[in-house]
Design a binder for this molecule. Structure first.
Ligand code: FAD
Length: 284
């Protein structure tokens, strides 16, 4: 459980960090909270000759909410997501989901940037970001570009981010519409067996918009356009929920692992989607 030797770099600015990544190519990787990367290095599943620590880069920190838009620096910790009152008022689903990640020790260190950039299908924030239709800012040698969370994930640990790019921030519209993040896990502190994020709006007794995304049910997070569409124009009653669940299950491709066989994953997905819709509707 001891990682291979590595050189440690601690740049003070984003350009310095990019320069180190450019210099060392495949032999360098950034480290944020270290709570995904360090375990991989200890297990020798990742060998990183040059670790580029982002913790001194001030421009990657902080949460701002301006003109209805939420901007979260990549180095904001999951603990900060929970304790920031402005964020809880502007997008309460963030606190609800962050509270279900791991345990307080992990949340003190783990960052939102590390959680979404890693490409781990078990992480909770990627599906949530797809539900919120978030945009990620990536900064590299050619400057900054924005990528939609819904376009970012290509496969397990494979994303649209180039090796020499650093994720600097996450942006999405503030929303206090009906929301819910429902997660089934084996025990406190565990990754999801299945989880569902739902955001929806209500016009009278009719659902006027809905977005649904799913965690750990495929090798990427799944934004299920069909599941959301099945709710729009309905009263979110049992028939509409059944249709949305069916559409969501059509979009997933779970595998058997130590969290259960495939049939159980479908069962857990069905439960999480229907619970999240019912809860979001009740809050809308
Ligand atoms: C016991 C345990 C339980 C956990 N349970 C859960 C859980 O239930 N749900 C959940 O979502 N997560 C869980 N995690 C993971 C945890 O949330 C991680 O901290 C998080 O996924 C990664 O964030 P980090 O800041 O620690 O990233 P790091 O470990 O530092 O980095 C992870 C990867 O992302 C890259 N990276 C980091 N920041 C950036 C950036 N700004 N730009 C580009 N690339 C970047 C790194 O190079 C690395 O490849 C758990 C972890 C542990 C140890």
């Amino acid at each position: 459980m001891i990682p291979a030797a590595f050189d440690y770099h601690r740049p003070q600015g984003i350009e310095d960090a990019i320069a180190i990544l450019q210099k060392h190519g495949d032999d360098a990787r950034v480290i944020a909270g270290g709570h995904s990367l360090i375990p991989m290095m200890k297990l020798r599943m990742a060998e990183v000759p040059n670790l580029v620590d982002l913790q001194d880069i001030e421009s990657l920190k902080g949460i701002t909410i301006q003109n209805g838009r939420v901007n979260i620096g990549a180095m904001v910790t999951q603990h900060e997501l929970i304790t920031n009152e402005g964020l809880a008022a502007a997008a309460p689903i963030m606190r609800e989901a962050a509270l279900q990640i791991a345990d307080p020790q992990v949340r003190y260190m783990g960052t939102i940037g590390g959680n979404v950039a890693n490409g781990d299908p078990g992480n909770d924030m990627p599906g949530l970001m797809q539900c919120l239709d978030a945009t990620f800012t990536l900064f590299g040698p050619d400057g900054a570009r924005g990528v939609k969370a819904r376009d970012f994930y290509e496969g397990a640990y494979m994303t649209e981010r180039d090796d020499e790019e650093i994720m600097t921030a996450i942006h999405f519209d503030a929303s206090t519409a009906g929301y819910a993040y429902e997660k089934q896990k084996r025990k406190i502190g565990d990754y999801a067996t299945a989880a569902a994020a739902v955001m929806l709006t209500k016009d009278g007794q009719t659902c006027s918009s809905a977005a649904i995304a799913l965690t750990n049910l495929s090798d990427t997070p799944i934004w299920s356009q069909g599941a959301g569409a099945a709710l729009i124009g309905t009263d979110c009653g049992p028939a509409a929920i059944k249709a949305a669940v069916a559409a969501g299950l059509d979009d997933i491709d779970p595998s058997e692992d130590n969290r259960g066989p495939i049939a159980f994953k479908y069962h857990a997905a069905r439960m999480m989607i229907s619970r999240a819709i019912a809860s979001a509707w009740a809050r809308a």
